[in-house]
Design a protein around this ligand. Structure first.
Ligand SMILES: [Zn+2]
Length: 252
């Protein structure tokens, strides 16, 4: 048990460290394969022992060893969160292919969230990749439940598509539809319904707080992907229990 948690967390830290490279190079349109890590200011090559996820950042006090330039806090945050998402996948799905699919789906969604928060946009290639991964992964792993997989995707993607249509793309965009579709496929029906609710409720709460704090006006578009990620995590943790409770209380 604990042994597997440690393996998942270490794998998560390494994947998170790779995701930082993906995020950086996609933004700068650099090749993913070539070139090693360099300090952005002094161009000094970063030594392997200074690339240990999270730990190096702490030891270096968040600064480049050569020129003392500040390193973005985004690096340890992405590494730490990826490790957490890997541990969550093991917690929910145990040692299974489903937990591997879960870990990679959640990590890719984290990359999407970072893009959405920083650039207020999501590269098409990432939302298509997420959709493709969820679709192929679920066909391979849950073919016997393919009906509820597809229904989950249609419910989740359909609600977002409807809102994009009603608001003419002002509240959410086409990227959000593909992402919601992917989440719905992954969670399947009926857990997908709970994740849609959790996304909207968390989005409404945070949006209201930001407007009250005058950090945003009512007209600003709030990136929605962080709430899609929250809805997915909330549904993995509590979705089934709440749906069972709801069905037991109001229908059966
Ligand atoms: Zn430097």
């Amino acid at each position: 048990m604990l042994y597997y948690y440690i393996i998942y967390i270490i794998a998560g830290l390494l994947v998170g460290s790779f995701l930082n490279v993906v995020i950086f190079r996609l933004r700068e349109a650099e090749s993913l394969v070539f070139g090693s890590s360099k300090c952005q200011k002094c161009q000094t090559q970063i030594k392997a022992y200074d690339l240990v996820p999270v730990i190096s950042f702490i030891i270096l006090g968040g600064r480049c060893r050569a020129c003392r330039e500040k390193i973005s806090i985004q690096y340890p945050i992405v590494e730490g969160l990826t490790a957490l998402l890997f541990a969550l996948s093991y917690y929910v799905y145990g040692l299974s292919w489903m937990s591997v699919l879960s870990a990679f789906t959640l990590s890719l969604l984290l990359v999407i969230v970072v893009f959405d928060l920083r650039e207020l946009m999501v590269p098409e290639v990432l939302s298509w990749l997420l959709f493709g991964m969820a679709l192929i992964g679920m066909i391979l792993l849950n073919y016997d439940k393919i009906g509820s997989v597809i229904l989950g995707g249609l419910v989740s993607g359909g609600v977002i598509a409807l809102l994009v249509f009603i608001s003419r793309g002002k509240w959410m965009g086409d990227g959000d539809i593909k992402i919601a579709l992917a989440i719905g496929l992954f969670l399947s029906f009926p857990a997908a319904i709970f994740s849609v609710f959790a996304s909207f409720i968390s989005g409404a709460v945070v949006g209201t707080v930001l407007i009250a704090m005058k950090r945003k006006s009512g007209k600003d578009r709030l990136p929605f992907t962080p709430f899609l990620l929250f809805g997915l995590v909330a549904s993995m943790l509590w979705g089934q229990r709440i749906i069972d409770w709801y069905l037991g209380r109001f229908i059966l």
